[in-house]
Ligand binder design. Structure first.
Ligand code: 4AD
Length: 442
């Protein structure tokens, strides 16, 4: 009999996460977490507890809780780790809609002089304390949005018959030009950290038809801009028999899906970031499409220094995107400024069958892609023109030797997309531990 009573008591004192409190109204539960803040007001003491899944107010009344719990209050410091027990009740004014009528309170690990006090800190200080900064409300919200964006990306492709075929990180050669390659030792040989999984997706597209890879990519870019990271995550679909126009259609459906799902599922996080999402609600396919020639005329009017034939800078992209309330595709960039694998349009010599997608509100390019060159002979010439070594691409050329096929794909950068959706000023906040030019700590 007493065993049954013990069991019932144990059940009643289940350890739960704050996000699950709704399922335990009326029950006595245990919460574990960190002190967000605490205050006293006469016979009542309040502890705001953070456990990563939410915030919960725990209210301790003299006479209703264990007396020892009240003695703990003066020792509560920001981010001390605590264990509390109490009864769950609905309370609309509490952050998550529920609060705990506190019974016991115990500090399980202290936190002395927590460096990130609620006052303002500069970006350098915050980046040096990134391992702690991620506990803050704003960073927590951004990283939850990132997680949802990633779930949406996977669901979109998994739900449309794509096969995930991840690309290697150690690679023998460049995909996106030799100037941004990270060289590393691979036993007695040289290897490079992957700039893009694309070339491998072209191989798997011939094996599976519709494929994608999703992983970290690396660019040794010595630029300190709000859009550049050294290590960033890219999702890269590739589809057999698609052309440039099919590719843009896929990209716009994909971006619409990711944005609409994220603003719906992350409404609370975006509200915490004070993001006005009315503009994002308009991110619905189809998106406008501009030929590079048209786009460069628009830029030239507002930026006379722009040289037609060059790639767009950040300001140029903003000029274009400010003309539209939806993301805009720019296609047919000059072949001379695009990678060796881009197909040159037979109807328009000198222009590549490439497309970039520029986000709204000045966030710039979030997608780069296009149709691939499928002719063995032309590809060999392009490799030579780009001063690359043909032997490094022998396997890639095989794809043109054995049943070459029309195909197209693109890469979407996760951090730029999250930065745009969250309305942030810099991509560094969109990845748990950013790698930037001049910083790889912590
Ligand atoms: O335009 P990119 O260089 O395209 C490729 O790498 C193609 N091989 C992809 C493909 O067709 N499979 O990069 C694609 C996207 C950019 O639009 C941008 O969103 C992101 O990757 N990106 C970066 N994000 C953060 N920091 C950087 N340094 C980035 N470089 C590119």
């Amino acid at each position: 009999m007493s065993k049954i009573v013990d069991y019932i008591e144990w059940l009643a004192l289940m350890r739960v996460f704050i996000s699950d409190l709704k399922d335990h109204v009326g029950q006595t539960v245990e919460l574990r977490g960190w002190v967000f803040n605490s205050r006293s007001s006469g016979k009542i003491k309040f502890l705001l507890l953070r456990d990563g899944t939410g915030l919960c107010q725990c209210v301790y009344f003299t006479g209703e809780c264990e007396p020892a719990a009240l003695d703990v209050f003066p020792q509560l410091t920001q981010e001390a780790c605590v264990r509390v027990t109490g009864k769950v009740r609905e309370e609309k004014r509490s952050p998550g809609g529920f609060e705990l009528g506190g019974l016991s309170l115990e500090i399980t690990a202290p936190s002395v002089d927590y460096p990130l006090s609620p006052k303002e800190h500069g970006p350098d200080f915050l980046m040096s304390h990134r391992h702690l900064w991620i506990r803050s409300k704003s960073q927590h919200a951004v990283l939850r949005v990132r997680a949802e964006v990633i779930r949406a990306i996977r669901d979109f492709f998994d739900g449309r018959g794509f096969t995930l075929t991840d690309a290697p990180i150690f690679t023998p050669s460049a995909c996106e030009g030799t100037s941004t390659l990270f060289e590393t030792q691979y036993f007695d040989e040289k290897a490079y950290l992957s700039q893009s999984g694309q070339l491998y997706m072209e191989a798997t597209a011939a094996a599976f038809g519709k494929v994608y890879c999703f992983g970290p990519t690396f660019r040794a870019e010595k630029s300190k801009t709000r859009r550049h990271l050294i290590e960033f995550w890219m999702v890269e679909p590739e589809v057999a028999f698609n052309d440039l126009y099919d590719n843009m259609e896929l990209a716009e459906q994909f971006v619409e899906y990711v944005v609409q799902r994220t603003i719906k599922n992350c409404a609370a996080e975006l509200a915490a970031l004070e993001r006005n999402t009315s503009g994002l609600a308009n991110v619905l396919a189809p998106f406008p499409r501009l030929h590079y020639g048209e786009a460069s005329q628009i830029i030239k009017k507002e930026n006379p220094d722009f040289v037609i034939g060059d790639d767009f800078g950040g300001t140029d992209e903003t000029i274009i995107s400010s003309k539209f309330d939806k993301p805009v595709f720019v296609h047919h960039y000059p072949s001379a400024i695009k990678a060796f694998y881009m197909k040159e349009d037979p109807k328009e010599p000198g222009s590549s069958m490439s497309c970039d997608l520029l986000a709204t509100e000045g966030y710039g390019e979030i997608i780069g892609g296009g149709q691939r060159e499928e002719s063995l002979q032309i590809l060999r010439e392009k490799i030579k023109e780009h001063k690359l070594r043909e032997e490094d691409f022998a396997w890639y050329l095989d794809l043109r030797r054995y049943g070459s096929f029309q195909h197209a794909g693109f890469g979407l950068g996760v951090e730029r997309t999250v930065s745009w959706i969250c309305g942030l000023g810099h991509v560094r906040e969109t990845i748990p531990f950013p790698r930037m030019y001049g910083r790889h700590y912590p």
